[in-house]
Write a protein that binds this ligand. Structure first.
Ligand code: FE2
Length: 243
């Protein structure tokens, strides 16, 4: 069984639609929305294709209009405010209910493999930044008896063997922060995995941002991130807490 893992789409429809991977089951690990300007088709894609989904911090923020970070923030944190307003304008009430309805965690067994899904970590399902660190994950997995834990949030693909558990993070489909503009996802087959990068029509995502009613600074940051895989002008250091 090929299990497709997707996370952190962030409203980037051209990236999402460029995934050409055969799969039997798709799992979504949170953050369908915010930053990118085409949230509705991304929510719809997840609703139609992903058998199981969990809520990300940005899905939660949009669904409940959580107070936005102050505009004095830099980098990606700064972008959350203006793009949340646009996201809320561009989704329907049914879309909002879909975001709010995704659970924080899911436990499932596929092909005999026991899987936990969570956007960030079991301790803090929405917000905690989990580095690719065995000791960090060993503490987070205490008392959790699964074969594989699938996570997102960091926008950094990685896989770690932590005791008897595989920790896998497919990286981000739609918003890169480490200098590689390609999207990423993962495929899980039993306990085997592949972390994959894919090209997508970046110009289409840039054009959608340019056409959106956003401030010039917001457009500059977003389109720079799409083109270069990181925020322009050294602003790619928003701290690790809100990817
Ligand atoms: Fe994210």
């Amino acid at each position: 069984m090929r299990i497709l893992l997707v996370a952190d789409i962030h409203g980037n429809r051209p990236a999402l639609e460029a995934i050409r991977e055969p799969y039997d089951v798709a799992l979504f690990l949170g953050d369908a929305v915010e930053y990118g300007v085409e949230p509705a088709p991304c929510i719809d894609w997840v609703r139609k294709r992903c058998a199981y989904s969990v809520r990300g911090n940005h899905d939660h923020g949009t669904a409940h209009d959580v107070p936005r970070p102050p505009v004095t923030q830099h980098g990606f944190k700064y972008l959350t405010g203006p793009t949340r307003a646009l996201t809320r304008e561009r989704i329907s009430e049914a879309d909002r209910r879909t975001l709010a309805g995704w659970p924080l965690t899911q436990f499932l067994t596929l092909d005999g493999v026991r899987i936990m899904m969570v956007h960030a970590t079991p301790r803090d399902p929405l917000d905690e930044y989990a580095p690719p660190d065995v000791n960090f994950w060993a503490r987070r997995l205490e008392g959790i008896d699964v074969d594989v834990i699938c996570v997102g949030h960091t926008h950094r693909p990685y896989a770690l063997e932590v005791g008897k558990t595989l920790v896998i993070n497919p990286g981000s489909v739609g918003l890169q922060r480490e200098g590689d503009p390609r999207g990423s996802y993962a495929v899980l087959s039993g306990r085997d995995y592949e972390l994959k990068r894919f090209e997508y029509p970046v110009a289409e995502a840039v054009a959608a941002v340019e056409a959106a009613p956003l401030a010039d600074e917001v457009k500059h940051l977003l389109t720079g991130a799409y083109r270069d895989g990181q925020l322009p002008n050294g602003k790619a250091s928003p701290g690790p807490s809100k990817p």
